[in-house]
Design a protein around this ligand. Structure first.
Ligand SMILES: [Zn+2]
Ligand SMILES: [Zn+2]
Length: 319
């Protein structure tokens, strides 16, 4: 999937339609758009209106957060958007049936394979079905990838067996599915890599770091660390809550023996990204909200809660 480089933000409604809610949002819109109060009042009645056009990803993220806080329900749309694809698809050329995926000449009223009548389908419904299809495909891919990584861990163990005694301190924190494959000794405490996450015990506390939340890895370099050790720093997409505070990165001093695994650590740490639970896109933008790791989809704007300890990501679908 291509990563979209530009985003539109459409206004979909107000969370709080009371006069107080309206004026709060108008104020925020004035500030963000630089347009007049009258214009901004006007926006509130134009549901679906694109209020920002072709924003770079960082800016889109800032604005959607500001609008969200100000009480707007907004949608982020990549420039190549699904609803537009629908109307184009049903206009000229070839088109895929949104219900069964059958590719046919566009402009037909009915799908020759499954019989769906396009004109009877609301645009939203078409869109939802396309999303569901995209989601299904994405979930299948995600499952495939999980299995590939499990296989990789098993393969690794064939040449470098790992005795279960080495990581028994992590036993109660391991999930059923994951496969522990590499144990690292560090000055800060034990680190265990599994097919799903990197786990560590720091000052007696277990920290769970699914590979998906790792943004960057620094290996070696930096200030001179502990003698005979090599520094490993993991940076996260957003601060994680650890020991009563939020931290952007964690640092370990690896023993010489542990440091020989540089390639393996780099390989695994950069491997994965979470998938949106509503549309399957992998453009999530992370933040820490009151100690909770969250991520918003830059494709469909669905927000997610990430439970690090249980390796779970849950889409927050409002009803
Ligand atoms: Zn069909
Ligand atoms: Zn999404």
């Amino acid at each position: 999937m291509d990563t979209p480089f530009a985003y539109d933000i459409a206004f979909l409604g107000l969370k709080d339609p009371s006069p107080v809610g309206r004026s709060r949002l108008v104020l925020a819109m004035e500030r963000l758009t630089g347009r007049s109060t009258a214009d901004c009042h006007d926006f509130l009645s134009k549901v679906g209106l694109t209020i920002f056009d072709s924003l770079p990803v960082d800016q889109a993220q800032l604005i959607i957060n500001a609008l969200d806080e100000a009480g707007a329900v907004c949608e982020i749309r990549p420039k190549e958007d699904v609803p537009r694809a629908v109307s184009e698809a049903l206009g000229g050329g070839m088109a895929a049936c949104p219900s069964c995926g059958f590719v046919q000449l566009a402009g037909k009223d009915e799908c020759p394979r499954c019989g769906v009548i396009f004109s009877k389908m609301e645009k939203d419904e078409i869109r939802k079905m396309q999303h569901n299809q995209a989601l299904e495909d994405a979930q299948q891919r995600a499952e495939q990838i999980r299995q590939e990584w499990d296989d990789r861990a098993k393969h690794f163990l064939e040449s470098r067996p790992l005795s279960a005694d080495r990581y028994q301190m992590f036993n109660k924190n391991l999930t059923q599915e994951e496969i522990p494959f590499l144990f690292l000794d560090t000055a800060e405490g034990p680190v265990l890599m599994t097919s799903r996450q990197l786990m560590a015990i720091v000052d007696g506390l277990v920290v769970h770091l699914p590979y998906e939340i790792i943004k960057d890895v620094d290996f070696g370099g930096g200030l001179v660390g502990k003698k005979g050790h090599t520094r490993l720093v993991l940076h996260f997409h957003s601060p994680i809550h650890f020991k009563e505070k939020n931290t952007n990165s964690l640092t370990w001093q690896l023993t010489a023996d542990a440091a020989t695994n540089k390639e393996v650590i780099m390989d695994w740490a950069f491997a994965r990204s979470y998938m949106c639970g509503a549309c399957g896109a992998r453009d999530l933008h992370y933040r820490n909200e009151k100690g909770q790791t969250r991520a918003r989809c830059m494709h469909c704007a669905t927000d997610h809660i990430i439970d690090l300890a249980n390796l779970r990501i849950t889409p927050m679908v409002s009803s």
